[in-house]
Design a protein around this ligand. Structure first.
Ligand SMILES: Cc1cc2nc3c(=O)[nH]c(=O)nc-3n(C[C@H](O)[C@H](O)[C@H](O)COP(=O)(O)O)c2cc1C
Length: 200
């Protein structure tokens, strides 16, 4: 896999899915092979905050979570280790990421622990850049994207990814609004192309 795009909306066929398709098209146009991972299609159990991942002496390698492979969280995590570039498309729900995407991100606590412990399978990952498109219904708002930006940036950091400044699109509410927003489709396509060419 060359590039992974995580699509975070609970709504099928909405603005986020459109943004994810545009990112994928941009990557393909630049010569990459994108895979879209639609988070709502995966069954993800919430982090239990049980502390199992705190103590590295209990296990070896990347299996630091007590929930193991009981759900599909790992099928979404795997590309973060192997992809050359990582992208997110997500709506804003109550000034933040949607709960299904956030539930999966919380399961990443195990990787924060592993990164902190400088486990070689985390610490030796190559430095890469992550990108994000965030869509929101409100037409304005100073801090509309701030919660999502911070969460994504601290989540991907554990995989040696640095989140570039996200592209925030406001005033996009009903399915199809993104298509009607002048210029943004081209900006998203260009983000996909750039995400690929910057690693080539
Ligand atoms: C539960 C929920 C909460 C939302 N909260 C916000 C919000 O805080 N700010 C905002 O601008 N839009 C908010 N919206 C609107 C969505 O961000 C907007 O409709 C977006 O285009 C949805 O993307 P989608 O078409 O990919 O589902 C919310 C929508 C839902 C369903």
């Amino acid at each position: 896999m060359d590039a992974v795009i995580y699509a975070g909306s609970h709504r099928k066929g909405g603005n986020t899915d459109r943004a994810a398709e545009l990112l994928a098209r941009g990557i393909r146009e630049a010569g990459g092979t994108p895979v879209i991972k639609t988070v709502r299609e995966a069954i993800i159990l919430p982090c239990l905050a049980c502390g199992f991942c705190d103590d590295a002496s209990d296990y070896e390698g990347p299996e630091r979570c007590v929930l193991g492979h009981n759900d599909q969280a790992w099928s979404l995590f795997e590309p973060l280790f192997t992809a050359r570039t990582v992208l997110f498309a997500s709506p804003i729900y109550f000034y933040h990421l949607p709960s299904m995407l956030k539930t999966w991100i919380d399961r990443g606590q195990q990787f924060w622990r592993a990164w902190n412990d400088q486990e070689p399978w985390m610490a030796d990952l190559p430095a890469r850049t992550a990108h994000a498109v965030l869509v929101a219904g409100r037409p304005s708002g100073d801090k509309l994207f701030e919660g999502a930006r911070l969460t994504l940036s601290y989540f991907v950091r554990n995989f040696n990814l640095t989140l570039a400044e996200p592209l925030g699109v406001m005033g996009v509410d009903h399915p199809g609004d993104l298509v009607r927003k002048n210029g943004f489709e081209n900006e998203i396509l260009e983000m996909g192309r750039r995400a690929w060419t910057e690693v080539s």
